[in-house]
Design a protein around this ligand. Sequence first.
Ligand code: C2E
Ligand code: MG
Ligand code: MG
Ligand code: MG
Length: 278
Amino acid sequence: QHAKKNRLDQQIYTQQIDGNTLERLQLINELKSAIDNGELVLFYQPKLDLKLKKVTHVEALVRWQHPDRGMIPPDLFIPIAEQMGQMNALTHWVINESLEQYLKWKPQGIELCIAINISAENLKDEGFCQYVLDLVNHKGVPIDVLTLEITEDAVVSDPENAIKQLTVLKKSGLKLSIDDYGTGYSSLAQLKQLPVDELKIDKSFVQNLMVNQDDRIIVNSTLQLAHNLGLSVVAEGIEDEGALNWLAERGCELGQGFYLSRPLDADKITDWLARSPY
Ligand code: C2E
Ligand code: MG
Ligand code: MG
Ligand code: MG
């Protein structure tokens, strides 16, 4: 009886794996056409200037509006896009779409800097910086509107090349930010070499700020470290008013999180901007 049950469990398990693999293969295939079919959507999450109490930036976050599966979050398809060599096409689309949104907002009196996430694959492409600079130039958008958010891991895999590309971008006036700071494995020596303007403290240190003393110690030290190195700081994952005030009191420049707003599509964020006290 027992052995039979075990076999059955195994069968179900195997079926699940096969199912997942099949689903993965399907997604891989479909992702190739998703961009061309207009199935990607950008959501925007506001970043608040904690001193001015004014929204000055948004982060663009991609979603896949799949015709059958509904909204697929980026964590599920970005890794596939990376493995399948689709990241350049995806990032080009994201930057293009963000610049278009900037140009739509401008005549409405909404002038926001836009942060975009880029991946290791983008930095491996020799032509990436030139593509970005040409596109911004072509659209007539001021270069300092764009911030590029890079995770530590994106740099660690090939630091020399990453530093080369990032230096070109930085010299052209783009803002560079280290995303998910504190979760990667890069050494301070490596980080020091990066021509970045900003550290973005990972949400895992911010979400429980008011109840976790270790998190407060880590965030406080990070703020001091960043400020002493001449970098500004963004805290992501602000989920309550206490954390917002605590960060503002300690000179954290920008804050982002569900307490202010979840990421919203362009129409909804435009509404939110009109209604919010910020
Ligand atoms: P990220 O760049 O660190 O973006 C922040 C993530 O944290 C977003 O998840 C956002 O919705 C979430 N978040 C913001 N505030 C809070 C909060 O208060 N509480 C909690 N629990 N979460 C919060 P999202 O949109 O699912 O994106 C996940 C990740 O996918 C991003 O992390 C980024 O690494 C990647 N990603 C998203 N869009 C793009 C893109 O266009 N290109 C690339 N390369 N990666 C992207
Ligand atoms: Mg980001
Ligand atoms: Mg992050
Ligand atoms: Mg992240």
